[in-house]
Design a protein around this ligand. Structure first.
Ligand code: OSB
Ligand code: MG
Length: 371
């Protein structure tokens, strides 16, 4: 049975970070993002759009997502009287691109569905893990000393692995220092596409540091360059930005461009596409892990449910609420358990409760759409 939605709300929120976050793409002090709320028969579903203010990580922005959601994806739902996330994913294929926008809406429909069925999302997805291993992504700092201090305190909190952001000039010396201080930890690096054919020698040297993986050394649309590098180094390459859908995953694996994939539901356009990538990698015996976009508790709760699927086999970029924000927009907040794990929320839908008053006070812009 197909139920029609009564109303959809878009909200632009701004949330300051507890500590700036710097990657090869730049330094950010706060996060602007869109919250999607879908309403049906007294239930509300919540989704988060991970596009940021500027087109740095990908071409999408808060502005492009607001536009395509208002003008195309939401009218499509209303026009076809769709409420089911799988039907939405199928119908939305007529439009190209804008994965973060479509994922935000699909996630809201999943949450709504879970709440209506009175089931947590991990159960709808067929998840198998009740607790997932937490990793932490540590940005570029002003000095190596500050970086070592930050890594030390995250390890004390219990994170199971550390990911360092690197860029030309903040790479070998940084890895060497962190390795010397912490010889045993699970360590990996992420370049967000900052290297090129000309700077490949540095990447080959990374083999010295016993890293779990090197994430996205070259720009997104360069599978070929990654395949050449993977042949030259022992450390597995992991792709993030390059894997924009299931066919890109297949091309990358068949070309030998990576041995690990980071799945982000926003980057690939929703849970339906994320599952295709998950299932394909499982069949190919390639491990995946769940990436993050510094989400609020709503997006992170969604990520926890996704990360419960069986082939999510490496520690994730999923950290406690307070690693990102002073106060999160959900309760209970996401916490790290002893041993560095995070529990998958057990309530219906995403399994956590959005703090409506706080969301209202953080809202910069709001739009209500009706059929
Ligand atoms: O490349 O994984 C990335 C944050 C914003 C944009 C890109 C990336 C990241 C992170 C953060 O590494 C991971 C997290 O949310 O904990
Ligand atoms: Mg990355």
């Amino acid at each position: 049975m197909t139920m029609a939605l009564e109303r959809i709300e878009l909200r632009l929120l701004r949330l300051p970070y507890v500590h700036y976050f710097e990657t090869s793409l730049g330094r950010e002090k706060e996060r602007d993002f869109i919250l999607v709320k879908v309403f049906s028969q007294g239930e509300t579903g919540y989704g988060e759009v991970v596009a940021s203010r500027a087109p740095l990580y990908s071409y999408e922005t808060v502005g492009t997502a607001w536009h395509v959601l208002s003008e195309f994806f939401i009218p499509l739902l209303f026009h076809r009287k769709i409420e089911d996330p799988v039907e939405f994913a199928a119908a939305a294929r007529r439009y190209r691109g804008h994965p973060m926008a479509r994922a935000g809406l699909e996630l809201a429909l999943w949450d709504l569905k879970g709440r209506k069925m009175n089931q947590p999302l991990f159960q709808l997805y067929g998840g198998v893990y009740r607790k997932i291993p937490a990793g932490v992504s540590v940005g570029i700092q002003d000095s190596i000393e500050e970086l070592i201090d930050r890594v030390q305190s995250f390890l004390q909190e219990g994170y199971q692995r550390v990911k360092l952001k690197i860029k030309p000039g903040w790479d070998l010396e940084v890895c060497r220092a962190v390795r010397e201080h912490f010889p045993e930890i699970l360590l990996q690096v992420d370049a967000n596409g900052a290297y090129s054919r000309e700077t490949i020698e540095v990447l080959k040297t990374l083999d010295e540091f016993n890293l779990l993986m090197v994430e996205q050394p070259f720009p997104p649309y360069d599978l070929w360059e990654h395949s050449l590098l993977q042949k030259e180094i022992k450390t597995p390459l992991c792709l993030d930005e390059s894997i924009y859908d299931a066919s890109a995953a297949r091309s990358a694996v068949e070309m030998g461009s990576c041995r690990v994939i980071n799945i982000k539901v926003g980057r690939v356009g929703g849970i339906v596409e994320a599952r295709k990538i998950h299932d394909y990698c499982q069949e190919k015996e390639l491990p995946v892990w769940c990436g993050g976009m510094l989400e609020s508790g709503i997006g992170r709760a969604h990520n926890l449910h996704l990360a419960s699927l069986p082939n999510f086999k490496l520690p994730h970029d999923l950290s406690a609420s307070r690693r990102y924000y002073q106060v999160d927009i959900i309760e209970p907040e996401i916490n790290l358990e002893p041993g560095g794990e995070i529990e998958v929320p057990q309530g219906p839908g995403i399994g956590v409760t959005p703090r409506e008053k706080m969301i209202e006070s953080l809202t910069l812009q709001k739009k209500v759409l009706v059929p």
